[in-house]
Design a protein around this ligand. Structure first.
Ligand SMILES: [Zn+2]
Length: 1019
């Protein structure tokens, strides 16, 4: 039986299985033939005909039965103990029952191996490789004695401690001697140049390379020698007499006893000597030297990955990064409902995309297991335990339980719990930090927190943490065995940051901020969707779609995709020019040539990813698609003609980071500048944003003063305002030209319906513009549209007419944007919500994108002008609000100004901060009533009265309908607000009300109400 399983780069290890015969190595094969079958093979080749012919003689000891598989061979003769067995025409199996005496089986056979008929074997003039189905095979272990006849110019290799060859006629006869039984044997020959070295205690290291790759041999020998020495020191002497590195015309990567067989295409890859070669060398100890027990699952790959691949990364100081990659891979593919446990891992082909979750357990989780084991017992005990394991079980099969025994014996501690929790559970620890508090005790800070395990049952864990303050890093290891564990750590300085597992020493679920969006995450996602912008894209991406079909990804046209689909799935956009991908990520500037794959977080659902793919033609797609499975850990990839040009993994946090104390930022007052001085600088920018807290009058005064100064510097100036929607632009223009009076303008523009804040906050700015003939540009999108997007969870429910008003390009994944919007959403979380977060985010982005688009349209029409933008402080955020969205559309110089009052100003959010003196408007005059619209057109309904208000004192009652204020009719709340705008505090107004009257039906009354003012208008 051949156990073959491919590894990275089609590399396959054959774990030749050989059971526990304890033989002295120099003992001749024949001496043991009475307890183990011996298989003599003599083989010849016809290279031109791609065929072999051979004789097998099997000596079967008394009491042994045997079953030989013959179906793949052309059998010309079979003799069992000199007799021809009774068989049909087609012989698939030969079964020989046990006998009381030794038996002899003779088989003569041939086999044709046409080129390309199998990926493991070939016979041709350029070389021979026999790695599957080339002799009568059996499931039993036996000694092999192979003799081959090959051209004189060829060299050959097989499992052997000794190789004897001599020339006979025009051929070379070569015999292989190996003192250990095998389940199977392999044979390779070709026009090799053989280079030899020695290592260890008189052992031989040999390179069999093709002449054309001869210059690679020296490096392979040197590196292999380094690995052999490294593992002899770590684990004990190399278990065989020879180690050969053999180049193969077929694209293999096998580790057999005594040699490794590497495909020519693999050998030429520059990184193989530094990665895979060491891994293959190590399989001489684990995999071949100690074989895995078929009953106990595969511990070999995890241990080999840890001692080879991981330790090579550690040599370069990349071990934490390497471990994080293992965790990312695991998390991309494995979910608890798959019920995969490490102890049950067995081999699965690397070609099989559906085997990814299984390999993530068998390689990645397994390597992490050995890392945690090493941390638990310490490096000395770890190495000593492995030496003990190798010594006890060399040339035998072994399982996890044998590893456990060695570690328990050497460490002197019981390890049942440790092995069981990592080998037999289908989950991994999910940690979270809760109830963080910093108190002071006797003048020094104390940090309190608890670590929760969000698992059904808690793990027993040693959790490394680090506490960072401005001066030092304090490292500690915390012990967890409960669902929740509380900690209290006294400190000497205020801690800034707490990091849990900063070096990725634990097998655990990564938090969203640690997890980069990667291609493997899309492949492993349970809910995923591929989206085509048009039918034409189907042809362009057909080779990629074929692969996706294999992993059962649904493929939809973009108009079949709902808002909910977008928010629920990991997304693959095949082509970046479709309106759907542009509504989430705006237009992309991928390279025009080649193939690009660009993975982001799905902005509507950060537990999912979104992949943007673009390609210049279908050839590029096909060539790149073949390579993609090797690049699962990346976030961004560019290929040209199938060759990688650019690859990167998006930056994520290192460890679970919790920011503890944010100290305020400040400026040196000696560096502060006078208003005029700043304005001289500001005037050089084309777009100046002045952020506001809408109700802070000092912010509006600052806006006015800056506008005034800028106008004086250069009158080519326009003012863009968040407060007006784009549809109100004609009304705004008519007011600015003097055609409308203020009252009419306010009513017609819907100011109090859409904006609602006290108009006096903006009046001076608008009037300054009006009298100086500066245009005011209404920036915003209609509120109804935005509300509907919020409620509907996205823009899909909009009528075509409304949808046409949306900017096509919206970038929802502007860095930091989602986090900021999420904080705003959470602040409103207690209140009544009429949409979920994905709708909220879509709606918020519509504000910023629409305003940016309007600004750009104006500047494109009037490139000589500058603009001052008046908008809420959130909208002017330099990092992720309007400014980057303007910059994306038009290269203009921009500056952001804010007033300092209130929140911290981070340098990345604004350019200039002013320190304005506080200012307040006189309070707005109010009646002291709560109003609602009436069902008929006339008047507004009083729904409640302020108990301290003037209206109540004056005699207005609940359910009164207010018809007019000072003879001006009012028909909605807006009218009331407009009328009140012109009243002074302490004035008295006459309110006409209609009141239901006893018997008479209704009556109308005029009531004089002395005014009282309030901070806010009642609504
Ligand atoms: Zn391996």
């Amino acid at each position: 039986m051949i156990a073959k399983y491919p590894e990275f780069l089609n590399h396959i290890i054959i774990l030749a299985l050989f059971f526990g015969m304890q033989l002295v190595q120099s003992q001749p094969v024949e001496a043991a033939h009475f307890t183990t079958p011996v298989h003599y093979i003599s083989i010849e080749f016809d290279l031109r005909a791609n065929s072999l012919s051979a004789n097998s003689r099997i000596e079967l000891p008394a009491g042994f039965p045997i079953t030989l598989s013959l179906s793949h061979l052309n059998i010309s003769r079979i003799l069992v103990n000199g007799q021809q067995p009774e068989t049909g025409d087609v012989i698939s199996f030969l079964e020989v029952p046990p006998s009381s005496t030794d038996q002899e089986i003779l088989i003569t056979y041939s086999k044709d191996i046409p080129p390309g008929s199998t990926s493991y074997s070939m016979i041709s003039e350029s070389g021979i490789a026999l790695a599957d189905n080339w002799y009568p095979e059996t499931g039993q272990e036996m000694f092999f004695k192979l003799t081959a006849h090959i051209p004189q110019a060829f060299e050959a290799i097989s499992e052997a401690d000794e190789i004897v060859s001599f020339l006979k006629d025009d051929k070379k006869q070569i015999t292989f001697l190996f003192p250990h039984p095998l389940f199977s044997i392999n044979f390779i020959a070709g026009p090799y140049i053989v280079t030899e070295e020695t290592f260890g205690e008189e052992k031989t290291l040999i390179a069999y390379f093709f002449p054309e790759d001869q210059e690679l041999a020296a490096d392979y020998l040197a590196k292999a020698k380094k690995y052999l020495t490294r593992y002899e020191e770590m684990l004990g002497a190399y278990p065989y007499q020879r180690f050969s590195i053999v180049e193969n015309k077929l694209p293999t990567g096998f580790a057999m006893p005594t040699f490794t067989l590497l495909g020519q295409s693999v050998v030429r890859l520059p990184f193989i000597v530094d990665t895979s070669l060491g891994h293959e060398v190590l399989h001489a100890w684990f995999g071949n030297g100690v074989r895995m027990s078929p009953q106990e699952g595969n511990w070999v790959e995890g241990l080999t990955t840890y001692l080879a691949d991981h330790s090579f990364a550690a040599d370069e100081g990349r071990d934490a990064t390497y471990r994080k990659e293992q965790l990312v891979k695991y998390q991309s593919f494995v979910r608890p409902d798959m019920n995969l446990i490490l102890r049950e891992f067995n081999n699965v082909g690397h070609e099989d995309i559906r085997g990814q979750p299984i390999r993530a357990v068998g390689y990645n989780k397994s390597a992490m297991f050995f890392h945690m084991l090493r941390n638990k017992v310490g490096p000395e005990v770890f190495s000593a335990s492995l030496r003990d394991f190798f010594k006890r079980l060399k040339f035998k099969t072994a399982g996890w339980s044998d590893l456990q025994t060695s570690f328990e014996n050497i460490s002197g501690t019981e390890m049942e719990d440790f092995f069981t929790q990592w080998l037999d559970r289908n989950d991994i620890p999910v940690l979270s930090v809760q109830q963080i508090e910093i108190t002071n005790k006797e003048g020094y800070p104390v940090i309190h927190f608890s670590i929760d395990q969000q698992n059904d049952a808690p793990y027993i864990l040693d959790v490394p943490i680090v506490i960072i303050n401005g001066v030092e890093e304090i490292h500690k290891t915390l012990f967890l065995s409960e669902q929740r564990t509380d900690f209290e750590i006294p400190l000497t300085t205020v801690p800034h940051t707490l990091v849990i597992d900063p070096e990725y020493d634990l097998m655990r679920l990564l938090t969203p901020s640690e997890l980069p969006a990667t291609w493997s995450q899309f492949l492993g996602a349970a809910d995923k969707l591929a989206i085509l912008p048009s039918e034409a894209h189907h042809d362009l991406y057909s080779s990629l779609l074929e692969q996706l079909g294999e992993s059962e990804v649904p493929i939809l046209a973009q108009d079949e995709v709902s808002d909910k689909d977008l928010a629920d799935n990991s997304l693959l956009f095949l082509g970046t020019e479709g309106s759907l991908s542009r509504s989430l990520f705006a237009r992309q500037d991928h390279p025009a040539d080649g193939f690009t794959l660009d993975v982001r977080r799905n902005p509507l659902n950060p537990s999912q990813v979104a992949v943007l793919v673009s390609a210049s033609n279908s050839n590029e797609v096909e060539m790149a698609a073949r390579k993609l499975r090797h690049y699962g850990k990346y976030s961004y990839l560019t290929f040209k003609k199938g060759t990688i040009q650019d690859k990167s993994i998006s930056a994520t946090e290192q460890g679970m980071r919790i920011e503890l104390v944010t100290l305020p930022v400040g400026i040196e007052t000696s560096k502060s500048r006078m208003f005029d001085d700043i304005l001289a600088t500001l005037s050089q920018y084309q777009v100046i944003y002045i952020g506001e807290n809408h109700t802070s009058y000092e912010d509006h005064q600052l806006q006015l003063e800056i506008i005034r100064a800028m106008y004086e510097h250069d009158s080519r100036l326009a003012i863009g305002m968040e407060m007006f929607t784009r549809s109100s632009q004609p009304t705004l223009d008519r007011y600015m030209s003097g055609e409308l009076d203020e009252k009419f303008f306010l009513k017609e523009s819907g100011y109090f319906k859409t904006w609602r804040f006290d108009y006096r906050l903006y009046r001076d700015i608008i009037n300054f513009a009006k009298y100086n003939h500066l245009p005011i540009i209404a920036l915003n999108l209609e509120r109804d549209i935005v509300n509907q997007v919020f409620r509907g969870g996205g823009p899909n429910s909009l009528a075509d007419e409304d949808a046409s008003l949306l900017p096509l390009d919206r970038k929802l994944d502007q860095p930091g944007y989602r986090e900021r919007i999420e904080r705003a959403y959470m602040m409103h979380a207690g209140q009544e919500q009429n949409g979920d977060f994905s709708g909220f985010l879509q709606a918020q982005a519509l504000w910023d994108e629409t305003m940016a688009e309007t600004i750009v349209e104006y500047l494109k029409a009037y490139p000589e002008e500058r603009m001052v933008i008046i908008a809420g402080r959130g909208h002017v955020n330099k990092r992720n609000a309007i400014p980057p969205r303007v910059a994306r559309r038009l290269p203009v110089s921009q500056a952001v100004v804010v007033n300092s009052i209130g929140s911290t100003i981070e340098p990345e959010s604004a350019d200039f901060a002013f320190f304005s003196p506080p200012a307040e408007l006189s309070p707005f005059p109010v009646l002291g009533v709560m109003l609602d619209e009436t069902e008929d057109q006339e008047g507004v309904l009083v729904t409640a009265l302020n108990p301290q208000g003037q209206a109540l004192t004056a005699g207005i009652k609940e359910k009164d309908i207010i018809l007019a204020i000072d003879s001006e009719p009012v028909n909605d709340i807006e009218d009331v607000k407009i009328e009140m705008l012109y009243k002074e505090k302490n004035e008295s107004v006459t309110v006409r009300v209609r009141r239901p009257a006893f018997l008479v039906g209704v009556k109308e009354l005029d009531i004089a109400v002395p005014l009282k003012s309030a901070e806010m208008l009642t609504r």
